[in-house]
Design a protein around this ligand. Structure first.
Ligand code: PMP
Ligand code: GLN
Length: 388
């Protein structure tokens, strides 16, 4: 048989998260690779999901999502960000942010259209853009004074006649950058000048530290009309396995995404939707506690990685610490990540796989801190062996 996989997907293979988690399992290593917490979300939310199943919420929910969840998302957007979205037509529930991103890109892009992404970018962006037959145009985030940011001139230079959309992830995985108002304003100016659509990935919206607050791009003047705002429950409520996400956008953009979504998955899992509706309304104090805990874990992991000899970037949000491996004498993060189980019994993510221009990220390795303190401590004790 000839190659079964279409050409546009051949560059993708297995995701780095699956590869590295399998490596951790196979070698019994501590997994600081794939970002998922090792403790559960708020107990009352978990009980809601159980109750929803027992109460028979087990058939197809409505295409746009269970009304209670759409209403709860609308209230949350209003309360936190002052944004108004009509639960009937401006909110769509999806199978995680991943499906929301894919449906949006597939809905917006004709073959040959270009999509701007900030590299390093979350891996599913590249795949969604390829599936659409579109082309990615990377703008690189580089460290400036210990924080990853972009050059507005580079962003402007990335726009061309075929540019259709820009994907904006803040808080940013894997660098931990939370875009400032000025950075967002630079993006907004480009979007408006060139009549683009912004697709925002805000899955870490509540996981910011040191008093840094997440600012949605849609709150900037003129941007609500041009923004497909995406988030999900996975990170906020420590339920990455529930795959419950949502899109908030003007009606025409939601209709476009929904037209695609209905043929990807039709609807999204019903019991989780009721539980997440409860969580958005009642569990944000719990999320405040999670955020404080994660800030402590970040500091713990940063201190340990620094002591182990890594150069460490301080993230203002997300689950991840970005490191530079060169002070330890290594140069290639992919090579190191593959050897790390044997060298130290730990698994991490080589950041270079999130770049189009891999050489720009060759020396970076990402570690996750959404783990129990004793796991972090054991991991850094093991990593201290790398010193040599
Ligand atoms: N975007 C980013 C930046 C992520 O880190 C992740 C991973 N959780 C996702 C999207 C996917 O989110 P979900 O699990 O809700 O599909
Ligand atoms: N978002 C998670 C991370 O960046 C992993 C998601 C996945 O496994 N696809 O680690």
């Amino acid at each position: 048989m000839s190659e079964p996989l279409v050409a546009r997907m051949r560059e993708f293979g297995t995701t780095v998260f699956a590869e590295m988690t399998a490596l951790a399992v196979r070698t019994s290593s501590i997994n600081l690779g794939q970002g998922f917490p090792d403790t559960d979300g708020p107990p009352a939310m978990l009980e809601r999901a159980v109750a929803a199943i027992r109460d028979g919420l087990n058939q197809y929910p409505p295409g746009p999502g269970v009304p209670e969840l759409r209403q709860a998302v609308a209230e949350h957007r209003k309360q936190h960000y002052g944004l108004d979205y009509d639960p009937d037509g401006e909110i769509l529930v999806t199978v995680g942010a991943t499906e929301a991103l894919a449906a949006s890109v597939l809905a917006l892009c004709e073959p040959g259209d270009e999509v701007i992404v900030f590299e390093p970018y979350y891996d599913s962006y590249a795949a969604a853009i390829s599936l659409a037959g579109a082309v990615r145009r990377p703008v690189t985030l580089r460290p400036v004074d210990g924080r990853f940011t972009f050059d507005p001139a580079e962003l402007r230079a990335a726009v061309g006649p075929r540019t259709r959309a820009i994907l904006v992830n803040s808080p940013h995985n894997p660098t931990g950058t939370v875009f400032t108002y000025d950075e967002l304003a630079a993006i907004a100016a480009v979007v408006q000048e060139h009549d683009l659509v912004a697709v925002t990935d805000e899955v870490y919206e509540h996981l910011t530290y040191d008093g840094v607050e997440h600012i949605p791009l849609a709150t900037l003047p003129g941007m609500r009309e041009r923004t497909v705002m995406i988030s999900s429950a996975g990170k906020t409520f420590s339920v990455t396995g529930w795959k419950t996400g949502w899109i908030c956008a003007p009606r025409a953009l939601v209709t476009a995404a929904q037209t695609v979504k209905q043929f990807l998955t039709f609807t999204s899992g019903a019991p989780w939707q009721l539980a997440v509706a409860h969580a958005l309304r009642e569990e944000l104090p719990w999320v405040g506690g999670l955020r404080d805990e994660l800030a402590g874990k970040r500091d713990r992991l940063m201190a340990g990685l620094t002591a182990a000899g890594f150069a460490v970037y301080r993230p203002a949000g997300t689950y991840f610490v970005q490191t530079d491996i060169r002070p330890l004498g290594f140069t290639d993060g992919l090579e190191l990540a593959r050897r790390l189980p044997e060298l130290a019994g730990v698994v991490a993510i080589p950041t270079q796989v999130f770049y189009d221009r891999r050489e720009l990220g060759r020396h970076f390795v990402r570690f996750a801190f959404c783990k129990k303190d004793e796991i972090i401590d054991e991991a850094v004790a093991r990593l201290a062996r790398l010193h040599g």
